[in-house]
Design a protein. Structure first.
Lengths: 991, 460
């Protein structure tokens, strides 16, 4: 492609030259109809215009040789045409018009027709007597485009190509665009293909009038361009052909696995290390041998070290050692790439009887067993499963909690905010017997609120290790990353089915290039990315590891990262499984992707930007080289932008501003799309990722020995872990992965998700190791209940809200937090969920709840993030979330660092937290606001006390509290009371 | 709580002030093969992190051969061992600008760059053979302080406080100070973060001038008023806690409020050095001189912290990134750090604190023996560089490990950051192999895959 490109560049110049009237290369003889010196410059792009007269006969007033001749399989030709309306006639009132650009292998003469199975592009009258744009090979093989409009300049673009490639094959296809936009590349207006095309080489072209034109017609044509590609025609950098990854060295194999290596292994090693054995290590399984060796490098192979060792680590541990010759044979075998015979020693299928890897069965809901316990304790299926467990333990569940506790509880676990003043007022006006019914209604209302989306999005953003900066040293801001945050909020708020939610995030760009789908891939692109790594292999590999590990933990509850370096010690996941899984993502990377509204203007701006950049980079490079700097010479982007010259500098900064203003998303792009369907804007940093999509063609991908990107092992292709039933992988690998993850038969996805929902409400999951459903994780407290919920999720089309309702309506959710001694003795860790366990609010809930209480919370939705240092009182989910510089509140209250998927936040307690809540400006200001509000609402101190308790704790002040508070207020202010209540355990916990 | 989530860990997660109970079983230095003697066990660590990467061949690893090869390519015999790391230039060997001289009884050579530190060589254990694979500042800093380049694991400070808790509950047990954040080596939060450990083990970032955040009462609140507030808070919290599940965590929060009052007294006292330290002490650190002032204050505070039982102090001095003109860069950096660090060693020793305080001096990597481009500087090189340890039971006056003739690649006794982390814990009397935290179902230890204590550091 590179060679062809440069040829075509020459071609443009050649054509440009012949058309310029002053050129001495002008081959065509000016005829009587050819007027010189009457140029009209309609735009900066004008190269030359001809005004051609009508002729009443076939005539070629101007023609040109094409040098070099065109034989390649396709090319583009473009020219502009203006036909004054007053000259246009049709077959009804005249004869109609005919005018063409022809392309041929012969020159002909001034009256040659050039309509003998060679391409013509122009205008002609159709059967309905309309003058229309037309492409044809002969008078009987033509196709029409839109109607000719008089008095306006129209650009005709044609792609002329060969259906059978090859220099000897004829050009037999024409596609036509009239006034195309850049993005219309794959959408021609008119197409024509013929069987009997004649011309395989274009040597000449010319403009011809036909007999239908009249002598006083004046047709203006010009801006003739030939180009090898659409991109070149539009001045866009042409896509670069993918670089094939360097193949692994092909050594001369001097040692035979079967004849030389296997006998040694049999003699010395297989006695202990063949088949299932007590040592835990098999030498007859390729993936296990890989754990101990580095193909192509015997000297760094653990296996060889063990064979050579003289201390305790020697192998075999006792008896005869391998002879130096035998060790040399094995070393050579490793150095020659460790050829393996899979027929002789097939990789045994991985199997497991671990609960989480077994299919989800629909368990029968237990029939009511006993009357022991509160009346409501059997109200739902969820309770029935728990009751069976509780009865087996002899535990009695706690009674229903009181109305105000529950009102606050549902508000906090659904929306992350305490009940509003309004909501409290309405609720407390009701008689107690109406409370439960009101709560049922309130739950539905809250689950359909924006605030629910914002609160639950925060959990997902933890899981997706989402942040608005690159992380690592330079930690550059990602100004467009907020769109993914809003996507997650909207997905929850609109109750998007979970399977769809997952598919969009893993493969949105493969589903479509619509904004919602592209923004969804922010899940993948949230990966950290070192902007200061010169080694592009390491830089990309870090991202791929991040995406692989996050996907496995977030969606499958698997800790795959162990298998990055070696076959998982505990779970049935091999190092090969890891790299097969990673291969799903191998052809993509994060970037600042241009959204739909800007895809027409984006590519041209971005291309111009890079053209200036590259030109300057080259200049600086040449200078350094000339000064004698040794290779490799690295020039950072800051240096390039500092060294821009005069006019480039102005234009470059204009372009930067224009590109900055384009709507974009921090998203994932891959070889599945190109610069037109999904343009990518610059996101510069010290040493950015490679920008060419061609750098992403990573197939084949390789297993990396001990996770080292420099030590390639055997080739792998995308595939799901071998433990699971294999699914076909089509040309869109991530779609295939998403389909498998969201298939009904996947044993993990639904279990993991319902567990996260449970955890979101109760503070802990039914599986208390939410990030590890593998053998090292904890078994579910109640597997039947987990499976019931998982089955319900799938059977209800992955409806997340359905699961919320099952949980929120249960007695388990609505019981008190009482530490009932008998139950505590039998089940102190609450495995059977016999009590509500108060849990501390998350960092964001603390801030939002304080603001809500003080009436300062700004509920504006969506949009770019607010500075953490600013005065914004919007919900915390809308504050900037940069890596390495979290808000102080997030730092001290266990918010995750967004460096890896966080599925559970620890709940540490430290005096630093208490100091913040007591002494910070924030809490003191909000306490003041709250006090002011209360004072405005009532003047009487007793009433003020009541309102303060209601606003901050969502309940009435008790009779025991009243005198204590009254005494307190004799020596302190209402603001002091507010501050104390904001610091109280009751406020900070979900009770 | 299931068996996979041991109750001990749960207490560690949520409780405070219970740490001594939690770690009793870990205190088994006697049982470790590496520490057969009964020398002092450190209580505290001061990690002097030299950000940017000091050059080993200009400080602690003299290489006369640099002169011989000046201007030439790295000879093939050495070049072939240089790992294929970007930045590891093999052209234009550059000699050191500083002469090396042997010092003390041990005769350990130190360059003329660090004359004050040189006076303490008999207390230093110089390790000349630290190596890893990451040649980039940010990830390198994470490697230096957490062991891994992505900084996902706990910092060594967090491991230390997780293991031993606090000796003074009135102060945070892990404090970090960042001095001179020159250049592009932005401080990496991972260096004082907890990774997967609970946030209470987080290093508290301190501005040496303003102290610990929020230890001042809010404007308009007097001490008596605060006492009333705390009394009411305790009443409400007790009432709330009564007969509730999860009362351990609730109780811990109640206790944390008891501690705030004491911390509000202890923190300002800690930072009140100007009126309480003698002039002689201040001069020792170089407080009065402009060059040394910032590092001097940090080092002096470091001493005051360990004196008060703070477990882990981290002082990060930026600016060592000598890509161009190493002579002026390292001269400036030495001027900033040499006297204050030497002062810290002297001061600790004269107060009898050196045995109970481990000092670690390390950058994220060293620098190439070659010139980078034409700018008279050296590029990053993690292939073999020098750090030192002192105090805390370390046998001073010894050198561990060796690099090749140009100081490029380790040839003897390679040491990884996980190894010196393990060694720091060992100095604190903790067996790093037994110190574990259950994270996502795995028992994580500070050794990660293959870290190991460096026994020579302690053996006499």
């Amino acid at each position: 492609m590179f060679e062809k490109h440069s040829t075509m560049l020459g071609l443009i110049l050649a054509v440009g030259m012949i058309i310029l009237p002053t050129s001495t290369h002008l081959v065509a003889q000016p005829s009587a109809s050819f007027q010189l010196g009457n140029w009209k410059h309609a735009s900066d792009n004008v190269e030359a215009l001809f005004v051609i007269k009508g002729s009443l006969t076939r005539e070629t007033p101007v023609r040109s040789a094409v040098t070099p001749a065109i034989t390649q399989d396709s090319f583009y030709v473009s020219y502009t045409l203006t036909y004054p309306a007053k000259y246009i006639d049709t077959a009804d009132d005249g004869s109609g018009e005919f005018f063409i650009l022809w392309l041929d292998d012969t020159e002909g003469n001034a009256s040659s027709a050039h309509s003998n199975q060679n391409p013509n592009i122009g205008i002609h009258v159709d059967e309905k007597s309309k003058n229309r744009f037309m492409i044809r090979f002969s008078s009987s093989r033509q196709a029409f485009g839109p109607e000719l409009q008089g008095d306006r300049e129209t650009q005709l673009v044609a792609k002329i190509s060969k259906s059978n490639p090859g220099p000897e094959q004829p050009f037999d296809q024409i596609e036509l665009w009239i006034d195309p936009v850049l993005t219309a590349r794959d959408k021609p207006g008119t197409k024509l293909q013929v069987d009997a095309a004649r011309v395989s080489t274009i040597r000449w072209l010319g403009f011809s009038t036909g007999g239908k034109t009249e002598v006083d017609d004046r047709i203006t044509v010009g801006n003739l361009k030939l180009a090898g590609s659409w991109e070149e025609l539009f001045g866009i950098r042409p896509p670069i052909t993918p670089k094939a990854p360097q193949p692994l060295p092909k050594p001369v194999v001097t040692v035979s696995f079967e004849n030389d290596v296997v006998p040694i292994l049999q003699r010395h090693c297989f006695k202990c290390h063949q088949g299932n054995n007590d040592t835990g290590f098999r030498l007859d399984v390729a993936d296990q041998v890989l754990n101990q060796t580095t193909p192509f490098s015997a000297k760094t192979s653990h296996l060889i070290h063990r064979l050579q060792a003289t201390d305790d680590s020697r192998m075999p541990p006792k008896g005869e050692r391998l002879s130096p010759k035998e060790i040399a044979t094995i070393s050579t075998w490793i150095n020659e790439g460790m050829q393996w015979n899979e027929k002789l020693f097939p990789t045994p299928p991985l199997t497991s009887d671990h609960w989480a890897f077994q299919p989800i069965q629909q368990p029968d809901v237990p029939k009511h067993v006993s009357n022991n316990g509160p009346d409501s304790s059997n109200r739902t299926a969820v309770d029935a499963f728990l009751r069976r467990q509780q009865e087996a333990l002899g535990v009695t569940p706690n009674p229903l909690a009181d109305g105000s506790t529950l009102l606050r509880r549902i508000h906090l676990t659904i929306t992350g905010l305490p009940p509003s003043h309004n909501s409290l007022q309405q609720f407390h006006q009701l008689p107690a017997e109406q409370h439960q019914a009101w709560l049922n209604k309130e739950i539905v209302r809250l689950l359909n609120s924006q605030q629910y989306g914002e609160h639950w999005a925060r959990y997902w953003l933890d899981i997706a290790r989402w942040a608005e900066s690159n992380g690592h040293q330079h930690n550059r801001f990602r100004p467009d990353a907020w769109r993914y945050r809003d996507y997650v909020i909207d997905s929850f708020a609109s109750n998007k089915p979970y399977d769809q939610f997952v598919k969009e995030q893993l493969a949105g760009d493969e589903l479509s290039t619509e904004d919602e789908h592209i923004i969804a891939t922010g899940f993948l692109s949230a990966a950290r990315y070192s902007g200061n790594d010169l080694d592009k292999q390491i830089q990309r590999n870090d991202i791929l590891n991040d995406v692989t590990n996050t996907t496995a933990t977030a969606l499958l509850g698997l800790t795959m990262e162990c298998a990055q370096c070696h076959t998982h010690k505990f779970d049935p996941i091999s190092i090969r499984d890891y790299y097969r899984f990673q291969a799903f993502f191998a052809e993509g990377q994060p970037g600042s992707v241009v959204l739909e509204d800007a895809r027409d203007q984006g590519p041209a701006l971005i291309t111009e930007y890079w053209n200036i950049y590259d030109k300057t980079h080259q200049r600086v490079y040449n200078e350094l080289k000339a000064k004698g700097n040794p290779e490799p010479i690295y020039i950072a982007p800051e240096t390039v932008s500092r060294r821009l010259s005069g006019s480039d500098k102005t234009r470059f900064s204009q372009l930067e501003n224009e590109i900055r203003a384009l709507p974009k998303a921090w998203a994932w792009y891959s070889t599945q799309t190109d610069y037109l369907s999904l343009p990518v804007a610059p996101h510069l940093m010290r040493w950015p990722l490679e920008r060419e999509r061609s750098a992403l063609y990573q197939r084949p991908t390789y297993l990396l020995i001990r996770g080292d990107v420099k030590s390639r092992g055997p080739q792998v292709s995308p595939g799901i872990p071998s433990l699971f039933t294999q699914a076909p992988i089509g040309p869109q690998p991530r779609t295939a992965l998403a389909e498998w993850i969201t298939s009904r038969s996947n044993p993990l996805t639904a279990r993991v998700w319902v567990n996260r929902i449970w955890q979101g409400h109760f503070g802990e999951g039914l599986v208390r190791s939410p990030g590890d459903f593998g053998t090292q994780g904890t078994a579910p407290d109640n597997q039947d209940l987990l499976d019931y919920l998982a089955h319900e999720l799938i059977a209800n089309h992955w409806n997340t809200q359905h699961i919320h309702l099952l949980i929120l309506n249960s007695h388990a959710y609505r019981q008190t937090a009482m530490k009932t001694p008998d139950s505590y003795k039998l089940d102190p860790d609450n495995h059977s969920w016999w009590a509500w366990k108060p849990h501390r609010m998350k960092s964001e809930m603390i801030r939002d709840s304080i603001l809500s209480t003080s009436g300062q919370l700004d509920l504006t939705r969506g949009g770019p993030s607010q500075k953490i240092t600013g005065v914004s009182t919007r919900r915390s989910v809308y504050l900037e979330h940069r890596r390495n510089t979290p808000s102080y509140l997030n730092e001290i209250f266990d918010a995750p660092d967004a460096n890896h998927s966080c599925v559970y936040r620890s709940q540490a307690v430290s005096p630093i937290q208490s100091l913040y809540l007591l002494n910070s400006d924030f809490t003191n200001q909000q306490a003041t606001h709250t006090a002011l509000q209360v004072q405005q609402a009532a003047a009487d101190i007793e009433v003020q006390m009541e309102i303060t308790f209601m606003h901050i704790l969502g309940r009435k002040i008790t009779r025991e509290e009243q005198p204590v508070i009254a005494r307190f207020l004799e020596q302190a202010t209402l603001k002091d009371l507010c501050l104390v209540l904001l610091n109280s355990n009751e406020f900070i916990h979900v009770n | 709580m299931s068996t996979k989530y041991p109750r001990r860990q749960f207490i560690q997660d949520s409780g405070i002030g219970l740490s001594s109970m939690a770690i009793a079983s870990l205190l088994s230095r006697q049982s470790m093969a590496t520490t057969s003697d009964e020398k002092a066990v450190a209580r505290s660590v001061i990690f002097l992190y030299m950000s940017g990467g000091p050059s080993q061949v200009d400080t602690f690893d003299p290489k006369p051969a640099l002169k011989k090869y000046a201007g030439q390519d790295v000879p093939e015999s050495i070049a072939r061992n240089v790992p294929p790391i970007k930045r590891s230039g093999l052209k234009n060997v550059m000699p050191s600008h500083w002469e090396f001289k042997q010092h003390g009884e041990s005769g350990i050579p130190v360059s003329a760059l660090l004359p004050h530190t040189a006076e303490h060589v008999d207390d230093l254990c110089v390790i000349r053979s630290v190596q890893h694979r990451n040649p980039v500042h940010g990830p390198g800093e994470c490697v230096c302080l957490t062991g891994v380049s992505n900084g996902e694991r706990p910092s060594i400070g967090a491991w230390s406080t997780y293991a031993l808790g606090s000796d003074n509950e009135n102060l945070p047990s892990f404090m970090a100070m960042n001095i001179h954040s020159d250049g592009m080596q932005y401080p990496q939060r991972a260096g004082w973060s907890t990774g997967f450990l609970p946030s209470k083990h987080q290093g508290i970032l301190i501005n040496p001038k303003t102290g610990i955040q929020h230890t001042q009462l809010p404007k308009g609140t007097i001490k008596e008023r605060r006492e009333k507030q705390l009394q009411l808070l305790e009443f409400l919290n007790e009432q709330h806690r009564k007969a509730k599940l999860n009362d351990d965590a609730l109780q811990a929060r109640i206790k944390s409020y008891e501690m705030t009052g004491r911390m509000q007294v202890a923190a300002p006292e800690l930072f009140e050095w100007e009126t309480t330290e003698t002039n002689a002490t201040k001069m020792l650190y170089g407080i009065a001189e402009e060059n040394t002032h910032d590092t001097a204050v940090a080092c002096l505070l470091g001493r005051r912290m360990v004196e008060r039982g703070v477990r882990f102090v981290q002082i990060r001095v930026g600016g060592w990134d000598a890509h161009g003109n190493i002579k002026s860069n390292h001269t400036r950096q030495a001027a900033r750090t040499d006297k204050p660090i030497a002062g810290l060693l002297t001061d600790l020793k004269q107060r009898g604190l050196l045995d109970s305080t481990l000092l670690v001096w390390a950058g994220e990597f060293g620098r190439t023996p070659t010139m980078e481009g034409k700018a008279n500087g050296r590029d990053h090189s993690p292939n073999g560089y020098s750090i030192w340890l002192a105090g805390g039971g370390v046998r001073g006056g010894q050198i561990i490990g060796q690099t090749d003739d140009l100081g490029y690649v380790v040839t003897e006794r390679p040491v990884s950051p996980f190894d010196y982390h393990a060694t720091i814990l060992a100095a604190l009397g903790v067996n790093p192999a037994e110190l574990s935290y259950n994270h996502l179902g795995r028992d994580e230890t500070p050794l990660f895959n293959d870290g190991a204590v460096i026994p020579e550091v302690f053996n006499s």
